[in-house]
Ligand binder design. Structure first.
Ligand code: G4F
Length: 329
């Protein structure tokens, strides 16, 4: 039986990946941070097969302990402080967790030996945020990186450290440069979920309006459930490598709003949405769109869920959730 250790188990990707690996017959371990973490129960309830271990990406010895306990064949490093806006206010913490945390995990994997002598394959969650002020359209594996946030800079560090461990130690270490990926499990601080939750509440008369930042930003949005499959495929290859994972389609926040509000029967959302300077960023990533030709050709990976389907899935989920809450009183 294959064993996997996932950091960042409480995020949407950690949850979808756990489900995928459990369905494939893996023994799945998840690293969870802190004392009395309220998400502990949430994971035990939603994904009962996962075995949780406590540890922290900033603490190398806790990572070594987690490797000893799990004896994994595959490590998926999804843990990070991942909210870009937060990274300006907490640049040091973001650097420690999102950047140096990758180095800690790589070091732990390099130092650890599985009792049965099996090797560990490593996946690093790199990000399209690394392209920042884009130097080429669409962005591919060879595009020059130009991060625009402390988060993006930290991800670049982790990305190159992964490549360096592959080249220095011959480690099977792959990096997935994932473009924005969303789902009903997305945190409410990210723009897509903020919109889907507000749209549901506005349509039920529970909220009056929605305040956002830059409505002109454009992203290549895919479905998180599709993207975790690419992570797994990367670790099944003979050679470790880096792959861009994206849909190849770019949409604006305005288009997201169009589809989301239409889903609840509102054609003109302009009177309901305003822009608040508090949600603008010190430096913006204006547009991102990826070229996943390498992943298509080498991994045989392609996204299944399209943009409209994704937006509608999120709105439908939040509508049902609000209706359930209302019926409970
Ligand atoms: O949803 P976002 O916060 O995602 P962002 O910054 O693109 O980052 C996400 O994707 C990255 C992959 O490229 C990941 F690495 C990262 O961890 C995260 O998952 O913002 C998307 C866009 C931005 O341009 C932002 O300025 O939406 C714009 N926006 C406009 N109003 C807003 C808002 N973003 C948020 N979060 N909240 C707003 O009110």
């Amino acid at each position: 039986m294959k064993r996997a250790l996932i950091t960042g188990i409480t995020g949407q990707d950690g949850m979808y990946l756990s489900e995928l690996l459990l369905a494939k017959g893996y023994e799945v371990y998840g690293l969870i941070r802190g004392q009395n973490n309220p998400k502990f129960e949430m994971i035990e309830r939603e994904i009962p097969g996962v075995r949780l271990l406590t540890g922290d990406l900033t603490d190398l010895s806790s990572l070594l302990r987690a490797l000893t306990a799990s004896q994994p064949h595959e490590v998926y490093n999804l843990g990070a402080i991942s909210f870009v806006a937060y990274s300006w206010e907490n640049a040091h913490t973001t650097t420690d967790v999102t950047g140096k945390g990758v180095l800690n995990m790589l070091e732990a994997v390099r130092l650890h030996r599985n009792a049965d002598g099996s090797d560990i394959r490593f996946y690093q969650a790199s990000s399209s945020e690394m392209f920042g002020k884009v130097q080429e359209v669409p962005q591919r594996e060879t595009t020059l990186l130009w991060p625009r946030s402390p988060y993006g800079v930290a991800k670049v560090f982790g990305h190159y450290m992964t490549i360096n461990y592959r080249e220095s130690y011959g480690m099977h270490a792959s990096s997935g440069v994932l473009f924005n990926h969303e789902s009903p499990r997305r945190g409410p601080e990210f723009v897509t979920r903020k919109i889907s939750m507000a749209v549901a509440r506005i349509s039920l008369g529970l909220q009056d309006d929605l305040q956002l930042g830059n409505l002109d930003a454009k992203r290549d949005w895919g479905f998180a459930g599709d993207y975790v499959e690419a992570m797994w495929l990367m670790l099944q290859q003979d050679q470790a490598d880096d792959y861009v994972i994206s849909t190849g389609e770019m949409h604006s926040i305005r288009e997201f709003l169009d589809i989301a509000f239409k889903r609840v029967g509102i054609d003109d959302w302009a009177p309901l949405v305003s822009q608040n300077p508090a949600f603008f960023r010190p430096a913006e990533v204006e547009s991102l769109v990826g070229d996943s030709t390498k992943a298509h050709e080498t991994l045989g990976w392609k996204p299944k869920v399209g943009f409209t389907e994704l937006v509608e899935m999120m709105v439908d989920h939040d509508l049902a959730r609000e209706q359930r809450r209302a019926s409970r009183g």
